[in-house]
Design a protein around this ligand. Structure first.
Ligand SMILES: Cc1cc2nc3c(=O)[nH]c(=O)nc-3n(C[C@H](O)[C@H](O)[C@H](O)COP(=O)(O)O)c2cc1C
Length: 156
């Protein structure tokens, strides 16, 4: 059961082939090391406006498809922007992207949209090119732990 006043981080992702899902699961593993944090972990298509409005930190994981973020990540932004933009100002966020050979398009476009929400970048965006290696998983795990620890401590 959710504890009174427990802080929440929202981890959303899209993954057609399973790679970003694995990275997102690893992010959650890292976040889970911090006590007193509730994690909402969902594919972007299932994320509700309420999930966004109740969280104190968000991580977004996307593949790059056709030089852009996954369509269902864009759909999440389309569905939430009007209701959330005034309420989530300053929300700490992190991005991780996995791509076959680039990934910069996805990152740039997510960042561009996030500017409209006025969220706060709290970690360098992470881009994996090709099949993620052990050190990439370690990095994403560290990102998760960092976001959860920062939110828990209220340092953002
Ligand atoms: C339809 C489609 C479009 C893609 N477009 C790009 C692209 O524009 N740039 C790139 O670097 N990789 C591209 N890729 C490769 C994926 O970004 C990469 O395989 C990624 O790891 C897929 O993540 P997933 O397994 O979680 O779906 C594309 C893959 C697919 C299926």
């Amino acid at each position: 059961m959710e504890k009174f006043n427990q802080k929440i981080i929202l981890v959303i992702y899209h993954s057609q082939g399973g790679t970003v899902k694995k990275l997102a699961e690893t992010f959650v593993q890292g976040a889970s090391k911090i006590e007193n944090i509730q994690i909402i972990f969902k594919p972007a298509k299932d994320v509700l406006l309420e999930d966004l409005l109740c969280c104190q930190g968000i991580a977004i994981g996307s593949p790059e498809y056709f030089g852009y973020m996954a369509g269902l990540i864009k759909d999440f932004f389309d569905r939430t922007y009007e209701k959330a933009e005034q309420i989530t100002i300053g929300l700490p966020y992190m991005i991780f992207v996995c791509a076959g050979n680039d990934g910069r398009g996805a990152i740039t476009q997510i960042e561009r949209i996030v500017k409209g929400y006025h969220w706060k970048k709290v970690y360098e965006h992470f881009r994996v090119v090709g099949v993620p290696r052990e050190e990439d998983f370690a990095h994403v795990e560290e990102m998760g732990q960092t976001l959860a620890a920062g939110v828990e401590a209220g340092i953002y």
